[in-house]
Design a protein around this ligand. Structure first.
Ligand code: ADP
Ligand code: MG
Length: 446
């Protein structure tokens, strides 16, 4: 009797599956009945393989499943080996997992999602939905900027349901993947007229549907139409639907009004960039995951340099970890972190002064500071001197007289002349142009 496990039930609360009743065993065949011939055909076409596979898994001795209509029952019962009681037994021991429709990233769980004031509502709503899909916020619409954890939350819901309600079918799809699948259907419809139906059916038979980055449906009328119908079917059956987007429904351009309103039927929650404390907590968690000892001041330094995107912040942490393992040097101070990340973050600009500019100009022309500041009017000093003066007027807001003082007390008309001369040469003289550009670069990337 109890051979019929929830495996069969787990395949679906789909109308067709729900209609099935176990009748009896005949040798190694399990006989199931359904209401009508249409139901029999549909069930056979869609689910027979899955049912056989599920049943085999429970009892390898059963190798076949036969579906009959109600009115054939008597005939079969007469040939029976064992009559079943007409009820499927749901065993709630975790073995009754439906074959997964989507696989979820094991790292993206609720436990690993650091909650702060920026994301607490989204996290709470997601948890509620994962605990009781379809019961509370339907649809759940999560929106927020790039790299703030929307996909993480969706995977967390998926992981949670897979673990705690394994009989539920959870489907995660990115809107782009959905779109591509849809295009394939359109393309191949001619050779396989049933494709479109199977495509829609696949999404209609789920208990929880998550569509990530729904903003990509913008302007795609045909896709919106399909989503609309799938939404309606699932919604009517109280199936949970979850969307994510980089903006709220009202800001998604070229979205049909009927979809837009549906998006807001349930609950919309936003995720904001996390505050410093939350960012540090996230870093600590991610470091722990990689067995990396993260010093507080390094965490603080990284967190301060990535304010609006957790993914980018993780990238900085990974760089530090990578640098540390590659160089064998500990990144345990701000200075070391600064070194490890020098190509990735904008260094706080220290102020440039005239001496810096003179220094880099001399370095470029390979002359001494004394010569550039001095009185000699040799050609090899005149151009560098004028370039330095020009750069000082460009970079700094110094009075001309003050600039003159740097160059042996030259008067302001000399400074003006030098500045204008270089400005002029920049239009025609490639070597001056290159000098000004390279020296500026060196000053900027000091
Ligand atoms: P989105 O889908 O919003 O663009 P993701 O979900 O892909 O962002 O998140 C980007 C990265 O940041 C992921 O590695 C994710 O684990 C991490 N992340 C974002 N927010 C959090 C958080 N609150 N706690 C832990 N990790 C987070
Ligand atoms: Mg995402």
């Amino acid at each position: 009797m109890n051979i019929l496990s929830a495996k069969v039930v787990a395949i679906g609360y789909d109308v067709w599956i729900q209609k099935l009743r176990p009748v009896c065993f005949i040798k190694n065949t399990l006989v199931l009945s359904t209401s009508t011939l249409v139901a029999k055909r549909t069930t056979e076409n869609r689910y027979l393989d899955t049912i056989v596979a599920a049943v085999k898994e429970v009892n390898p001795l059963i190798t076949q499943v036969e579906i009959i209509t109600e009115d054939q029952k008597e005939e079969y019962v007469a040939r029976q080996d064992d009559v079943l009681d007409g009820e499927f037994v749901v065993r709630d021991n975790g073995e009754n997992a439906a074959p997964p429709l989507s696989t979820f990233n094991k790292k993206y769980t609720f436990e690993r999602f650091v909650v702060g004031s920026s994301n607490q509502f989204a996290a709470a709503a997601a948890t509620a939905v994962a605990e009781e899909p379809g019961a509370k916020f339907n649809p759940l619409f999560i929106y927020g900027g790039v790299g703030l954890g929307k996909t993480h939350i969706m995977h967390a819901i998926g992981n949670y349901i897979t673990k705690n309600s394994p009989q539920l079918r959870v489907m995660y799809v990115s809107t782009n993947a959905f779109f591509n699948e849809f295009l394939d259907v359109i393309r191949n419809q001619r050779s396989d007229p049933d494709l479109n139906r199977r495509f829609r059916e696949k999404y209609r038979m789920v208990d929880v549907l998550m569509m990530d980055d729904i903003q990509y449906a913008s302007g795609q009328d045909a896709v919106q139409e399909v989503i609309f119908h799938i939404f309606n079917d699932l919604y009517q059956l109280n199936k949970q639907i979850i969307f994510s987007s980089d903006r709220p429904p009202k800001d998604i351009a070229k979205l049909s009004e009927r979809l837009r309103t549906r998006f807001t039927w349930g609950l919309s929650v936003d995720i904001q960039p996390p505050d410093l404390t939350t960012r540090i907590a996230i870093l600590e968690d991610k470091a722990k995951e990689q067995n990396f000892v993260l010093e507080t001041e390094v965490a603080q330094f990284i967190a301060e340099n990535a304010e609006s995107n957790v993914r980018d912040m993780e990238g900085l942490l990974n760089k530090v970890i990578f640098y540390s393992s590659l160089s064998g040097r500990k990144v345990d101070s701000i200075a070391a972190a600064r070194e490890a990340l020098k190509d990735s973050i904008e260094m706080p600009k220290e102020t440039v002064d005239a001496d810096d500019i003179i220094f880099y100009t001399c370095k470029y022309y390979n002359i001494s500071t004394a010569d550039i500041k001095g009185k000699r009017r040799n050609k090899e000093f005149v151009e560098p001197r004028m370039v330095a003066i020009y750069l000082i007027t460009e970079f700094l807001n110094l009075p001309l007289v003050a600039i003159g003082k740097y160059f042996g007390d030259r008067d302001h008309t000399t400074i003006i002349h030098a500045r204008d001369k270089i400005a002029e040469l920049l239009k025609t003289d490639l070597s001056v142009k290159k000098a000004v550009r390279d020296i500026s670069d060196n000053i900027n990337h000091r």
